[in-house]
Design a binder for this molecule. Sequence first.
Ligand SMILES: C[S@@+](CC[C@H](N)C(=O)[O-])C[C@H]1O[C@@H](n2cnc3c(N)ncnc32)[C@H](O)[C@@H]1O
Length: 272
Amino acid sequence: MAVDEGAVDLDLELDRAHSARMYDYFLGGTTNFPADRESAGKAMAAFPQVLVAARANRQFMHRSVRHLAQLGMRQFLDVGTGIPTSPNLHEIAQRTAPDARVVYTDNDPIVLTHAHALLRSSPEGRTAYSQCDARDPEALLASPEVRATLDMSRPVALSLIALLHFVPGDRTAHAVVERLKDALPPGSTLTVSHVTPDFDSAGLARALKAYEAAGTPVQARTREEFTRFFDGWELLDPGVTVTHRWRPDPEHDLTQVTDAEAACYGAVARKP
Ligand SMILES: C[S@@+](CC[C@H](N)C(=O)[O-])C[C@H]1O[C@@H](n2cnc3c(N)ncnc32)[C@H](O)[C@@H]1O
């Protein structure tokens, strides 16, 4: 879509913390405001490893997208994209496959106002941004950007990276994932990363209180709960791991962190 920030009357709610801007702060970005930094500071005080966890998660996105492009995936649907942080998903995919097509979606208007950075596609490929709420997968799948950019009869790499912990309620989260999985043809892939209480439940619970106090409920999920998102699909090697252990790359600086620091599971699966 063409993004004209001036044409839209957006309420960015700068007086309250937003998860996208807190994550941007953890990654060292500049698209965050005092309310975001205050809540992010509380989360960091409770759980100092959140900075490492955010970077390990972002590096998991880089490695998983590169791997999928190397496996031949040419269409990507990224839900819960976040504020652009280079390299963005299309930059990684198009380094391997310049003709890759990518649709980004998020429900936070701050992402919309920065979406121009997501639309700088290679000439051979294509990118689009759709403002959507993941909890309404029908609307997401029907969005003009998805329909115009992706051929849903060919495999699509769906990514829900550090998104689903912001979708509380197991029935809701699993229903969303199953609806999106159903819409994709065989050969499609699903990539998920997700906060887990499995390694430092007390520290994480304190950090999540900072999100809840800011009006953003977060649900950490155990390995078993996380693995259920892939039901019926075939996990790619190495299966479910903590993010920093998923096909580690010597170029990434976080291969030596602990599971409690990374604090998120990551996995990729293929539809049979
Ligand atoms: C922690 S960031 C992750 C960004 C990126 N996927 C990454 O891992 O680097 C979570 C993103 O999910 C978005 N988000 C949260 N709930 C959402 C929902 N219901 N629908 C769409 N996006 C959502 C937030 O706005 C935020 O941009």
